[in-house]
Design a protein around this ligand. Structure first.
Ligand SMILES: *Cc1c(COP(=O)(O)O)cnc(C)c1O
Length: 436
């Protein structure tokens, strides 16, 4: 019976759509009240292709990941060459040039003191590993340090440890309250990226650390840009204060660069805006150029030695697909591709186009503020969007933009051209005009 069902399943498009609506969870959605989805059959350059042949200009880089666009010749080549050799092999007791080579590249491009690399499967898992590193660093030394300090409005992933340091309201801690570790939260720095520096925005950081540092193992934050928690850009000087206070209070500094890494904000890593070196850094999303899931956690010598001379003596984590050869191969190719062109000037140029076409949208009534940093453009609205209605309008305009809450935002692939940026911003303007 079971097999018969599979054989008689008719894969025409409307059946597929119905089956998907009824059986497949999409991110943060209901199955009893599902949102519409669009079938994509191909993606190339900056365009996604719908089943009916319509091409949409991509404004999302598939959630920060596809920095080089889609169907990239160099990355395709890396995958197909690797697949002929081996798609996977266990990492326990085995090494291969892809993982070793990627570790070397990451050590080269991240802040100097980050010298030790742990490969994990996804961003959330990298965050789990970073928290475990900090806990293991202190275990057996200062047994009271079991909590973390994080910023309100932050986002660090959907697994339990990651959720416990993600904005308590945004990630709905209340749903899992008995299951989540209680951590400390402070307001995000009120001093914005383009504002003059205001030292007062460190007061809460200082006072919470002063009072609770004996319980706090690490400060975890997204440097400069808070992503999924509100697309908020804050002053880089804050990171220098975090570094100084962490040193003073013997707390580790964990920088979550999963969204901001690999040039997105105009610097290779957002920490570079402040010239700070965290003790632990997580990377993911664009690591493989968006080809597949992979993340990494880097740490400095102090953390590495602390863990290896600590209670367990080893880092207690080892995913099945750790260092996956296909993923690490394509990640090497993606980093090499990024370094092979003047990505800084590409991102700067995209920033100038966003300033030209997106910033002026602030004049519409529905808009609270527009802001731009690197290849990120944000239109913050006064009230939440009707996601399904807006998505439909965007598709009609020939673009792929996925708003959430009060935010319509763009995270552009570095190969995008001015005409495509203009088209994306015109599509946003159209929904703003209709609302006015
Ligand atoms: C997306 C994201 C994560 C989680 O990564 P996943 O691959 O979705 O698990 C963690 N931290 C930040 C800053 C992110 O943007």
């Amino acid at each position: 019976m079971y097999f018969m069902n599979i054989q008689t399943f008719d894969y025409n498009n409307s059946d597929q759509e119905k089956f998907d609506l009824e059986h497949v969870w999409h991110p943060y959605t209901s199955l009893t009240n599902p949102l519409p989805t669009y079938e994509i059959v191909r993606a190339e350059g900056c365009c996604l292709e719908l089943a009916d042949g319509t091409r949409l200009v991509d404004g999302m880089s598939s959630w920060w990941a596809c920095i080089h666009g889609y169907n990239v010749a160099k990355l395709n080549e890396a995958v197909s060459q690797q697949i002929e050799k081996m798609s996977h092999v266990m990492f326990g007791g085995i090494r291969h040039e892809n993982a070793t080579g990627l570790a070397k590249r990451l050590i080269d491009i991240t802040p100097e003191s980050l010298q030790y690399v742990f490969f994990a499967d996804s961003g959330s898992v990298a965050v789990e590993v970073s928290l475990k590193m900090a806990l293991q660093y202190f275990s057996g030394r200062i047994s009271t340090k079991k909590r973390f300090l994080a910023l309100r409005g932050g986002y660090h992933g959907d697994t339990f440890g990651a959720m416990s340091v993600t904005d308590p309201v945004g990630s709905m801690h209340s749903i899992y309250s008995d299951f989540l570790t209680q951590n400390y939260f402070i307001s995000r720095p009120s001093c914005r990226f383009y504002d003059p520096w205001d030292p007062a925005c460190c007061d809460e950081l200082y006072s919470v650390l002063k009072e609770h540092h004996e319980e706090i193992a690490g400060v975890i934050l997204e440097p400069v840009v808070q992503g999924a928690g509100g697309m908020y850009f804050y002053h880089p000087e804050f990171l220098r204060r975090v570094r100084a206070y962490c040193d003073y209070f013997n707390v580790l500094f964990i920088a979550d660069e999963i969204a901001t890494g690999f040039g997105r904000t105009g610097k290779m890593f957002a920490c570079n805006w402040a010239g700070v070196e965290p003790d632990i850094m997580t990377v993911g999303k664009a690591l493989t150029g968006g080809y597949m899931t992979l993340s990494a956690v880097l740490c400095n010598r102090k953390v590495m030695e602390g863990i290896c001379t600590g209670k367990a003596g080893v880092l207690m984590h080892g995913p099945t697909f750790m260092g996956n050869p296909l993923a690490t191969r394509v990640a090497c190719a993606s980093v090499d591709l990024l370094l092979s062109f003047d990505w800084k000037s590409s991102v700067r140029t995209i920033e100038s186009w966003l300033k030209k076409y997106l910033l002026p949208l602030s004049t519409y009534n529905w808009v609270k503020e527009t802001r731009v940093l690197g290849s990120i453009g944000v239109v913050e609205l006064k009230t939440p969007v009707d996601m399904a209605a807006l998505q439909k309008s965007f598709v009609k305009s020939g673009v792929w933009i996925r708003p959430f809450g009060r935010l319509i935002y763009l995270m552009l692939p570095y190969i995008i051209n001015e005409e495509q940026v203009r088209l994306l911003c015109t599509a946003i303007e159209k929904v703003l005009i209709e609302k006015d």
